[in-house]
Design a protein around this ligand. Structure first.
Ligand SMILES: C[S@@+](CC[C@H](N)C(=O)[O-])C[C@H]1O[C@@H](n2cnc3c(N)ncnc32)[C@H](O)[C@@H]1O
Length: 269
């Protein structure tokens, strides 16, 4: 393994290009730092979701599906918190899945599947999950697909199992304040990029593409998420999600956590 003591591009959180194998720890740290620049309260939403898992599993090790889980962020936190947790990360990004696989090794399952295809469920090794958790991901899907996905997710939960989705979900009754909160957060973030305290989204992907091991994965990724194509983002208020969960048949649906313009909604099967 290459020595990582120096960061070649000036970013303190940059894994060094030219590695022999994926340095999972450094890429996780780098991904977290990049994501936390968008969501300073990122860990709080994860903790709130895992509190709901703890509250609904009566001390049993949870069976958890980390939906659109990227590098396995939620799974890694679940493994750290719950001894014996059974975690499955599902995503379609080859770069992030490679990092997830290198991080989990034999501690979890990694599935390559596209959530825009209702057939994603057929790729799961099991159903009857205690919890399906997802964060900062479903805004990439159109409204009708999110609504259908909510019903599909319900089917893979055990009775009493929970589904939680944390994402940008502004409070409908605060349009002016929400705009100001977003502007303020953007200013703080850009200042962090300017000072080198965090790596921006495009710069993070450049680092991945420059890494000897991840470079082929980055080429594969370009076919799935072409960098020239503007990414569709759809971020309705939390009330839309709660209604969609009710329509999908969850017995209870509501807001589990809120932080500024972001929220986590939850549905109980
Ligand atoms: C910003 S990342 C968040 C990853 C992780 N949940 C986290 O919080 O660090 C969004 C993730 O959603 C995944 N995603 C978006 N659309 C998807 C789809 N149609 N099928 C599978 N994964 C998808 C992306 O590949 C990416 O890993």
């Amino acid at each position: 393994m290459t020595d990582y003591t120096a960061a070649p591009d000036g970013h303190a959180d940059a894994p060094r290009p030219g590695t022999q194998s994926i340095n999972a720890e450094r890429w996780q740290e780098s991904w977290d730092r990049q994501q936390t620049a968008f969501m300073p309260d990122r860990e709080q939403r994860f903790a709130a979701m895992l509190d709901a898992v703890a509250a609904t599993t009566d001390g049993r090790p949870p069976r958890l599906l980390d939906l659109a889980g990227g590098t396995g962020t939620i799974s890694l936190r679940a493994l750290a918190r719950f001894t014996g947790a059974d975690v499955t990360v599902l995503d379609q990004d080859p770069v992030l899945l490679a990092i997830a696989g290198a991080s989990l090794r034999d501690r979890g399952t990694v599935i390559d599947a596209d959530l825009s295809d209702p057939g994603w469920r057929a790729k799961l090794p099991r159903e009857g999950f205690d919890a399906v958790l997802t964060a900062t991901a479903l805004h990439w899907l159109p409204a009708e697909r999110v609504a259908a996905l909510y019903a599909e997710v319900r089917e893979v939960l055990r009775p009493g199992g929970i589904f939680a989705n944390a994402d940008h979900m502004p409070e409908e009754s605060l349009p002016t304040l929400s705009a100001k909160l977003r502007d303020h957060a953007r200013g703080v973030r850009e200042n962090r990029y300017a000072t080198g305290a965090a790596t921006s989204w495009p710069d993070w992907w450049k680092l991945a593409a420059a890494d000897e091991v991840l470079a082929p994965k980055a080429i594969e990724r370009e076919r799935i998420y072409p960098s020239a194509r503007h990414h569709h983002e759809w971020t309705p208020p939390a009330t839309w999600h709660v209604e969609a969960l009710r329509a999908a048949g969850y017995t209870e649906a509501g807001i589990l956590w809120r932080g500024g313009t972001d929220a986590a909604v939850v549905g109980v099967r």
